[in-house]
Design a protein around this ligand. Structure first.
Ligand code: AMP
Length: 193
């Protein structure tokens, strides 16, 4: 079962993904985490990604798609993936669909965490204290990430909606309340897969 966990920065995708993989035995693939790992280890990919991430811009599609595909290929026996932070552009969505189709698989659903902008800003500010992430600490960068999300990433929602694969989830409330809503969606989907 392949799920895209979708939503703006600060919506809770990372936290919820970690809880979901424990319960459902899926593989968590966060493109942001993979980029941060590469930055920490000063790889060529990390050096390239850093300048985009520090400004809150997207890493170019070609680089991101290639990286994602190679990460999927590292886990050939996986029961399925939770894609967190990918796809973020229509080109990435098309590439993902094509890539999974070449393996006889598909995206089963996009679950989108809906959180109002003001709440996102509050959460990101709080997260900056514990995450040590450059891109969480600067209000201008946060604003740019939200703008990039609205301009470049939101259209991906329409892309999966047109395929009847989009489902919105209320992302407000406690971690466990949001988790329960996501589990309900996962359980409903598991019956059909
Ligand atoms: P995240 O951890 O998902 O908030 O991502 C942090 C940063 O990594 C983003 O602001 C982008 O600079 C970069 N990034 C993560 N995922 C992608 C993606 N799918 N496409 C392009 N850039 C990405």
């Amino acid at each position: 079962m392949n799920i895209i966990l979708f939503g703006p920065p600060g919506a809770g995708k990372g936290t919820q993904s970690k809880m979901l993989i424990d319960k459902y035995g899926l593989t968590h693939l966060s493109t942001g985490d993979i980029f941060r790992y590469n930055i920490k280890h000063e790889t060529e990919l990390g050096l390239l990604a850093k300048k985009y991430m520090d400004e809150g811009n997207l890493v170019p599609d070609q680089v991101t798609i290639k990286m994602l595909e190679s990460e999927v290929d590292k886990v050939p026996g996986s029961a399925g993936f939770i894609f967190d932070g990918f796809p973020r552009t229509q080109a990435q969505a098309e590439a993902l669909d094509e890539f999974l189709a070449s393996k006889g698989s598909q995206v089963h659903q996009m679950l989108a965490l809906n959180v109002p902008e003001q709440e996102l800003k509050t959460r990101l500010k709080e997260r900056a204290i514990s995450s040590g992430r450059n891109d969480d600490a600067n209000p201008e960068v946060i604003q740019n990430r939200i703008s990039v999300y609205q301009k470049e990433t939101l259209p991906v929602k329409e892309y999966y909606d047109d395929k009847g694969k989009y489902k919105a989830i209320d992302g407000l409330g406690s971690m466990s309340q949001v988790f329960d809503r996501l589990c309900e969606a996962f359980d409903a989907l598991l019956v059909t897969v």
